[in-house]
Design a protein around this ligand. Structure first.
Ligand code: ADP
Ligand code: MG
Length: 253
């Protein structure tokens, strides 16, 4: 039997509010292999962020089961990294000290982890900026720092919630390329939530289309655009065909 890093089985989530209940997820089944990059697209408000909250362990599912590495998520002690739309860098801390932040909070500022951080900073072109403040960096570089800060904690799964939507179009294409390359090279398993179909196709191994709320999986597209970078993938002749297919699925939602 094939092993999965993440398994969600018939997951349901109902938010209880003062004014009533909101059913956000219904019978959601999702399996992700080690090293796989999965993009989730769906109409706004359908439950995408809710899925990430459940995988991160912040929010317990109302029904169904979630396993990470074969273990029930409630027992999971592995770290799940989260990257948001805003890079959430602290302006008064240098780039190096921002990267150290997660290690400090988690009491993992070991020699080994510091070396790993330093390696990432060098590998991804930030050495000259280690002592600079975030405001001295471009939006794209800031996102790279935010990613590195998450990576130094060696997350088992990396969750990305519309991480590029605050960037302008050109920057966005480059940062998307950057981030996808880093995640692949560091062999991370990632879930990207986005409402941008092109972004999903250009980055992911698999694109999951959700229905409108309560979200359940409508269709899964396997993307076989040969291991290129996102920018190269966008030039692939099959790209627009895939785009149209996914767009059609979303349109009927
Ligand atoms: P998406 O990320 O796809 O835009 P969300 O997962 O954030 O959607 O939200 C799904 C639905 O659940 C929305 O209708 C939203 O209003 C509702 N919702 C999200 N978070 C909460 C919460 N903490 N309490 C009540 N309702 C919520
Ligand atoms: Mg959201």
């Amino acid at each position: 039997m094939e092993k999965y890093l993440l398994e969600m089985q018939n997951v349901g989530l109902i938010y209880q509010t003062k004014t009533g209940e909101t059913e956000a997820l219904k019978d959601l089944n999702l399996k992700i292999k080690q090293g796989e990059f999965v993009a989730i697209v769906g109409p706004s408000g359908c439950g995408k962020t809710t899925i990430l909250s459940i995988v991160s362990g912040i929010l317990p599912a109302t029904s169904g089961k979630v396993f990470i590495g074969g273990e029930d998520i409630a027992q999971n002690k592995k770290y799940v990294g989260y990257m948001f739309q805003k890079d959430q860098l602290f302006e008064w801390r240098s780039i190096w000290n921002n990267v150290m932040l997660g290690l400090e909070i988690n009491k993992q500022k070991t020699e080994e982890n510091m070396q790993y951080a330093n390696g990432l900073i060098e590998r991804y072109g930030l050495s000259d900026f280690a002592n600079k403040k975030p405001r001295e960096l471009s939006g794209g570089m800031r996102q790279r720092v935010a990613l590195i800060r998450t990576l130094v904690l060696s997350p088992e799964i990396l969750l990305l919630d519309e991480p590029f939507s605050a960037l302008d179009f050109q920057t966005r294409l480059n940062v998307c390329d950057d981030v996808a390359t880093i995640i692949k090279r560091e062999k991370k398993t990632a879930i990207l939530v986005t409402h941008d179909i092109s972004e999903a196709i250009s980055m992911a191994d698999k694109v999951v289309v959700l229905t409108k709320r309560p979200a359940t999986i409508k269709k899964v597209f396997q993307i076989n655009l040969k291991g290129d970078t996102p920018l190269k993938r966008r030039e692939n002749p099959s790209f627009s065909k895939l785009f149209n297919e996914i767009w059609k699925e979303l349109q009927y939602e």
